[in-house]
Structure formats: C-alpha cells, structure tokens
Design a protein around this ligand. Structure first.
Ligand code: PLP
Length: 391
C-alpha cells in the first residue's frame, strides 16, 4: 500500500496530465485562511484556490449548505424546476441588477456562454478583447486571451478576435466596427499582472459599445464576490455590463460559473446553449450560502479597507531596488518585481505564506476575505522581509 507523503506525491506526478508545475508541498486540509500540509505544517493561504476561496476554507455556512443539499438532491438538470436554483438565480440577478442568468461550471465556460450570447444577440462575429487579458483556456475563451504562450500551440483559433491595449479608449474605439459583437474586458486584469482599469475607462468603453451596437462583456471571474472590496468590481465604476461572467468564488470553491444577461443581451432561445451540470442544486446551495454571507457580513468592506492598508504599507515600505510597482484593489494585490518572481514565491512558502505569480515578474496576493488581521500583517511583514532583505 502506498501511504507515505512522498509515495503519494510521486504517484500523482506519474499519472497527472503534465499540464501543471507542482509546488513541493502536499496540502491535506484547510480552515479559514490557513492550509495544512501532510506533515501538519500550517500556511497562510494567499492563493485562495486561484481566487475560488474568498470565504476561505471550510466556511461553516458553505459546509452546512453542502452537507444539507448533498443529502437532499445533488443533480437535477434544468429540464426540471428546482427550488434551490430558483432562489439562487433570483438572488444573483438581484445582486448584479441583471434580469437573466445561465449557470455553468467554470470560468472558461462562462466566457464561452458570453461569446455565444453576444453573437446570438447581435448577429455579428467580432470580439474585441484587451492586451494582457485572460479569459480561460477552452478554444473560444483562449481566442480572447492575450498571452501567446497559451495561444500559439492551438492556432488557428476563433477568427474575428482582436486585442487592443487596456486603458486606451482611443485604440478601443478605433477597433469597433459593424462586425463587432462585443468588447470583453476585466475590471482588474488578474493573470495579466494585476492591472486595474483607470478611472473612467470602463464608462468610456460602455459608451463606445452602446454607440456601436456591440455588447459590453465584463469578465469578473476573478474580481467578483468581494475580492476587490465591492460585491462586483464593476459596481463602483458606475457601469452596467450587458453580459457578466462569474465563476471562481461563486460557490465557495465548488465548480460553478454564471453568465448574467442584461436587457441588451436578450436571452438564449431553446437549443442554443446548455450544460448537463449547469444549475445543479448542490452548487446552487453553496452559492446561495456564499452570496448570503457576503451580503450579511462586513467581509467585503473589510477587503476594501484592509486591502487598501496593506497596499499603502507595501508602497511605503517595499524597496525600490527590488520592486518596480505595487498595484491592486481590495484583496487583489500585485507587486511587480525587477527580477523573476519564482524565488520570492519559494522563499514565502518556506516562511509559511502561499502566494501566486501573475506572469514572470508579478507577485500576486489573493488572501481569503476571512483572513484575520494577525495573519494579514504576518503576510505583509513576511513579504517585506523576503523582498527587502532576501530572507
Ligand atoms: C480564472 C479566470 C478565467 C478562467 O476560469 P476557469 O474556471 O479556470 O476556466 C477566466 N477569466 C478570468 C478573469 C480568470 O481569472
């Protein structure tokens, strides 16, 4: 029997697809903002499942909802009505101020649904996306993703997709024509290096879309559900997306995605879209618990205020010898280094902090919204030590 940590890690390396570079740690459980490895060592988790664990690990509201629903009904296609799905769809639509929603199972799938909705509503093929944008790895979503490292091996991709510089409204307006179905943007580019939209940019994008007859698709797969200090990051921008893509933290870590459809996007007519697992009651129950928790606690506001404090602290204390720039919003923080980020990630892990990269040179921190003040300042001081003193 294989039972040592090392044997099980080797077994995983032998049979995994090869798509992932794994870190040298075996995670066995999580609680709040903490994760524990097989040797019982505790880490502060600023990966948050790539942003899927805004409520942290084993959140009691999510655990209770999943346990209760698992014993009631796990699967039930949208062929039938279901009371948990009904409640969730209504709650999510109200929260986003949008009339309709298509439920799916991941971020890439939400983007695929959005691209189809835009083609269906406008009868046009074209998509304008942004440089450094990331939208997922299925063929349609990949076509809108910028990084050529992800795209090149799979070309040819969707035709009629163009990329314009983010935060440049003139270049965007110039890219729109009567073949443009939609503009696809993030509010804060995540994988692309944590680049927030500049003040007024998204309002100008919305105006250009309306003038052109194109839809505005906002990808909030990473920024949604409180991450940036508001329930959805687009809300303080004063815009109303025509299509809104959500996933990651939507269901407390369970696989789920959503495509919200505004008035200009209309609706999917029967037969034009579907998903076997989409809208399953288990994911809906978890998602209902997540939304309720975010709407009835101060976690979102805390991400805004504590995130701003951490950002200000980094700006004031990180050495410009090793750090080029500090960016972010709420609990989505990017620290652009002058060198490669990989050694810093290893050093942070050695000091009990798990963090992410965003490209080769950006250190990305996505702490769970439930992180304690003590753990947050522990993260801040460890990052400072690692980057300033090279510990
Ligand atoms: C993660 C992410 C996706 C893709 O989500 P998956 O669930 O991994 O398919 C799409 N867009 C953005 C902005 C993301 O951060």
């Amino acid at each position: 029997m294989l039972n040592t940590t090392l044997e099980l890690s080797r077994l995983e390396d032998t049979h995994s697809s090869g798509a992932y570079v794994k870190r040298d740690v075996q995670i066995v459980r999580g609680q709040g903002a903490r994760m524990e490895d097989a040797a019982g060592r505790s880490y502060i988790d600023c990966v948050s499942g790539h942003g899927a664990a805004n409520l942290g690990h084993a959140h009691p509201a999510v655990v209770a909802a999943v346990q209760q629903q698992a014993g009631t009904l796990i699967t039930c296609p949208e062929l039938f009505h279901n009371p948990v799905r009904a409640q969730y769809q209504a709650a999510l639509c109200a929260a986003a101020n949008m009339p309709r929603v298509f439920l799916c199972n991941s971020g890439a799938e939400a983007v695929e649904g959005a691209l189809k909705a835009a083609r269906l509503a406008t009868g046009r093929p074209g998509i304008v996306a942004t440089k450094r944008g990331f939208h997922g790895r299925t063929l349609g979503a990949l076509s809108a993703t910028w990084n050529s490292h992800y795209r090149a091996p799979f070309e040819p991709l969707l035709p009629a997709v163009s990329h314009v510089p983010f935060n440049n409204i003139d270049r965007l307006v110039a890219a729109l024509d009567d073949t443009t179905a939609a503009v696809l943007v993030e509010v804060v580019q995540g994988e692309g290096g944590v680049h927030p939209a500049e003040e007024g940019y998204l309002r100008a994008v919305q105006e250009a879309c309306r003038a052109n007859g194109a839809l505005l698709i906002v990808d909030e797969i990473q920024t949604g559900f409180g991450r940036t200090g508001s329930l959805f990051a687009h809300q303080p921008e004063g815009i109303q997306p025509d299509v809104l893509c959500l996933a990651k933290s939507i269901a407390g870590g369970l696989a789920m995605g959503a495509v919200l459809l505004g008035e200009r996007a209309g609706e999917f007519v029967p037969g034009t879209h579907g998903s076997t697992f989409g809208g399953n009651p288990l994911a809906c129950a978890a998602a209902l618990a997540v939304l309720d928790t975010l709407q009835t606690t101060h976690l979102v506001e805390r991400a805004r205020t504590r995130g701003a404090e951490a950002l200000a602290h980094f700006r004031a204390h990180l050495s410009s010898e090793t750090v080029r720039d500090v960016r972010g919003r709420g609990f989505m923080i990017g620290i652009e280094l002058r060198g490669k980020v990989a050694p810093a990630l290893r050093a942070l892990q050695a000091h009990g902090v798990l963090a992410l990269s965003a490209g080769r040179t950006v250190l990305r921190l996505l702490p769970p919204l439930v992180i304690t003040d003590e753990d947050l300042w522990q993260v801040v001081s460890t990052v400072e030590e690692v980057l300033n003193n090279g510990i």
